[in-house]
Ligand binder design. Structure first.
Ligand code: UD1
Ligand code: UDP
Length: 360
């Protein structure tokens, strides 16, 4: 049977690349559908080139909109696509609106769904991603988890344990595949950064959509830049809001376009500290042993905190936390959490292949 992967956003591309590659190695019939949720060159195309993802078989070009509008447009476009491609199985990644729409469209057509990165929970239903995660995990036939906590969440929500597979973290497969190309000195030189610098990414609605939150973030970052030069590649969502809130190219603040994966990870690898609200970046810093300060009140990735690299901070706590990091020892060794070993893609491919053989 045919496998159809649905991707739509920057983090989806990073997670799908190793799964698509591992299935390709088995010679399986697979189709890659891009929903077009992300569409800028620097949010989309650059990742296909860098990560060796095949060009999508279709780009649905759905684009941006409110939560309901975007999800509805995705649902309609995906239904047509699934009917035309008639896959045996649909694979979805992470927790974005494209993930939910694909899982729902498939489930309504009676097509089984596999969810990569199942079982993560922030327990904060104000996050659109938490809504997506919970619903997708109820719809999925096969659930691939990155950590034992995730397996526990699924068990407590009544998901049949026979469907759940602890396989590790495909985002870390991608990281380890490209690690030798992450060149801090080159990335630093390209952006005129000093030897000691930090990297900042912010794009969560809770930090950038509300003007008061954006102002608090801008203030905290401007003060932090007094202690450490900050490279700030801005996601399009936060760009206008953070600038309006007062984040400007000031001494110590280097506002950048969104970066390609290899250049971004080059900067992260060499950073004295990372400040973020990203999900993926909390995991990447964990494996690279780079201290990470997460500007959020919750995380769906607690293993990054218990591992020792990540800490949740409020805006007012950022500068003291940063100073502590800069004065202290490296956060943790290079060993990542169990199964974050670069082999999640092949493990997922094996489970998918066995499932397909049983259901052919
Ligand atoms: C989405 C995901 C989020 C994920 C993030 C990764 C949902 C609910 N959110 O958030 O979980 O962390 O992707 O980056 O799915 N825009 C552009 N160019 C683009 C894409 C977006 O300018 O190529 C702008 C548009 O103004 C758009 C806004 O960014 O309205 C938000 O884009 P959207 O895809 O709706 O959500 P993200 O904030 O990117
Ligand atoms: N990333 C990138 N360039 C950037 C910012 C992020 O390549 O300028 C990568 C980052 O390494 C991570 C992925 O994009 O692997 C996920 O990004 P994002 O923070 O957008 O999504 P989230 O993980 O929060 O859903």
């Amino acid at each position: 049977g045919r496998v159809l992967h649905v991707v739509g956003t920057r983090p989806n591309f990073v997670k799908a690349a190793p799964v698509v590659a591992a299935l390709r190695a088995t010679g399986h019939d697979q189709v890659l559908v891009h929903t077009g949720q992300h569409y800028d060159e620097r949010m989309s195309h650059i990742f296909f080139r860098e990560l060796g993802l095949p060009a999508p078989d279709t780009d649905l070009g759905v684009g941006s909109g409110s939560q309901a509008r975007q999800t509805a447009d995705l649902l309609v476009a995906l239904e047509t696509e699934l009917l035309a491609r008639a896959p045996a199985l649909v694979v979805v990644y992470g927790d974005v609106n494209s993930t939910l729409a694909a899982a729902l469209a498939a489930a309504k057509l009676g097509i089984p769904v596999a969810h990569v990165e199942a079982g993560l929970r922030s327990f904060d239903m104000a996050m659109p991603e938490e809504v997506n995660r919970r619903l997708v995990d109820q719809l999925a036939e096969l659930l691939f988890a990155t950590s034992p906590e995730a397996v526990g969440h699924l068990a407590r929500e009544g998901v049949d344990p026979g469907r759940v597979h602890l396989v590790g973290n495909p985002m870390i497969d991608t990281l380890l595949t490209h690690l030798d190309h992450f060149d801090p000195a080159a990335a630093r030189a390209a952006h005129a950064l000093p030897e000691r610098y930090g990297v900042v990414t912010l794009h969560r609605p809770a930090n950038v959509d509300d003007p008061e939150a954006a102002a608090a973030a801008a203030r905290a970052l401007t003060e932090a830049a007094g202690h450490l030069d900050l490279a700030v590649p801005l996601h399009p969502r936060g760009r206008e809001a953070l600038r309006k809130a007062g984040l400007a190219d000031a001494p110590g603040i280097h506002l950048l376009e969104p970066l390609g994966y290899v250049e971004f990870m080059g900067l992260v690898r060499g950073a004295a500290a990372v400040i973020t609200d990203s999900g993926g970046v909390q995991e990447e810093t964990t494996v690279l042993g780079v201290p990470c300060l997460t500007l959020r009140t919750t995380t769906e990735r607690p293993v990054t905190v218990t591992h020792g690299t990540n800490r949740l901070v409020r805006h007012g706590e950022l500068v003291p936390a940063l100073r502590k990091v800069l004065d202290g020892q490296p956060a943790a060794g290079p060993e990542g959490p169990p199964l974050w070993d670069g082999k999640a893609g092949p493990r997922i491919a094996r489970v998918l292949t066995e499932w397909l053989e049983r259901h052919d």
